[in-house]
Design a protein around this ligand. Structure first.
Ligand SMILES: [Zn+2]
Length: 424
């Protein structure tokens, strides 16, 4: 019997039904190949002679979780800029591999990389997709489409020229359309753009500056959607969030200075908010902040004061939320995404069940993959996590990978109790 025909049976566990936000007891899942062949009450399970059965009685099975915003090549160290100058570029590829596996062993079977060098992203995605190495499924943006002129470039002229050539986007509708097609050509799954400055983007980059014209943003989303890519926009300040939502981007990243008018528009357009509070808290840690350039402290103060209350209002009014960490930014290491689930419970007012939905089915919807992943249902890809105890009652269980007995992706057991066990 070939391995494809052997069924993997996860028997008699309690499943978190992410669509309805409830726990269903005594359920069995049959996996064949990459997909869920059958999933129902344990009593109705019919055994096949060659089944490989794992009894998970008393354990909880949750859908593989999704982090919608990471930067795999970034290591979360505060001296990352110096490291770029003192490390061979190939090292970043291996950091990306290591960081992706950190997400996997912590139960995150899908991650969306929101901007990186195109040299490694599509290759790493494929290595994981074909099962050559253990890793999560990755959605790749490659280089973001940035606001050209948002920041003064400081550094050795060779570095400025290198990044200039790599990331230049010509102004105007044609320039934007070309940039979108260029990302498609280099293997992007989606477009990452920025419609405001950023905290780490340099001295002159202001979090409330928005440079793109409305017509440019509309051209970007129109072209991306036509090429079956969604659009994620980094946006802190009001104007940049508003312009992005109005131009039909699919997800707003950060959304720190969101207001009621934008909230109403996001609800109307069903735009997702990926709050990435973990990034803000990571940078704010005193031992991290003191190692970063001085303007970062000023900017983080500007956004942090209002971030929590703004996100809370957005959630209470009905904006769609998904989990994303911005992992890789200083003080915000890969593999700690569950802290962001806890941020949503403590700071935004989600119930544990709602926060787990944000990390599963809502994440899948945000990245347009809800027909494939995000819930444990017949015909979906078999991405799931078997854990000790009941995370709905005690979410902190998920923080310790030793509690994750099996992390399964594409129907293959990839990790057990925090260790990779899959080797092709
Ligand atoms: Zn980011």
């Amino acid at each position: 019997m070939s391995q494809e025909k052997t069924r993997l049976v996860i028997k008699s566990g309690n499943i978190f039904d992410s669509v309805n936000g409830i726990l269903k007891e005594n359920q069995t899942i049959i996996i064949q190949g990459k997909r869920i062949l059958w999933c129902d009450e344990d009593d109705a399970f019919e055994k096949d002679l060659n089944d490989k059965i794992i009894d998970v009685n008393g354990k909880t099975i949750i859908p593989g979780m999704i982090d919608c915003h990471v930067h795999l090549e970034n290591t979360a160290e505060p001296d990352y800029e110096r490291k770029y100058l003192r490390t061979t570029k190939t090292m970043w590829h291996y950091y990306a591999l290591q960081n992706a596996q950190k997400h996997l062993i912590n139960g995150y079977t899908c991650i969306r990389d929101c901007g990186s060098l195109p040299e490694w992203g599509p290759s790493l995605r494929r290595i994981f997709d074909i099962g050559a190495l253990a890793g999560p499924r990755i959605l790749i943006a490659n280089l973001p489409i940035t606001q050209w002129g948002n920041q003064e470039e400081i550094g050795p002229v060779e570095v400025i020229e290198y990044y200039g050539k790599l990331s230049e986007v010509k102004a105007g509708i044609d320039g934007i359309r070309h940039a979108v097609r260029d990302r498609k050509r280099s293997g992007s799954d989606f477009i990452k753009t920025v419609t405001t400055g950023g905290v780490l983007h340099g001295i002159t980059s202001k979090v409330d500056t928005s440079l793109f014209l409305n017509e440019e943003l509309l051209a970007m989303t129109e072209e991306a959607h036509r090429l079956e890519m969604h659009v994620a926009s980094h946006a802190h300040g009001r104007e940049g969030i508003y312009k992005a939502v109005q131009a039909n981007v699919d997800t707003i990243e950060h959304g720190t200075l969101i207001d009621e008018e934008i909230i109403d528009l996001m609800i109307k357009k069903q735009t997702f908010l990926i709050p990435t509070q973990a990034a803000c808290f990571g940078i704010s840690k005193p031992d991290i902040l003191k190692q970063l350039p001085p303007e970062v402290a000023t900017k983080i103060k500007q956004i942090q004061e209002q971030m929590i209350s703004n996100h809370k209002i957005a959630f209470e009014k009905g904006v769609l939320f998904a989990i994303g960490t911005d992992a890789g930014t200083p003080g915000n290491p890969h593999g700690t995404t569950t802290n962001e689930i806890i941020n949503m419970i403590e700071n935004v007012g989600m119930t544990t069940s709602q926060a787990l939905q944000a990390a599963t089915i809502q994440g899948a919807k945000a990245i347009k993959m809800e027909e494939q992943i995000g819930s444990i249902e017949k015909d979906k890809l078999a991405d799931l996590v078997v854990c000790n105890g009941n995370p709905i009652e005690e979410i902190s269980i998920l923080k310790d990978p030793k509690n994750l007995l099996y992390v399964i992706k594409d129907g293959k057991i990839m990790a057990k109790k925090g260790k990779i066990t899959y080797f092709n």
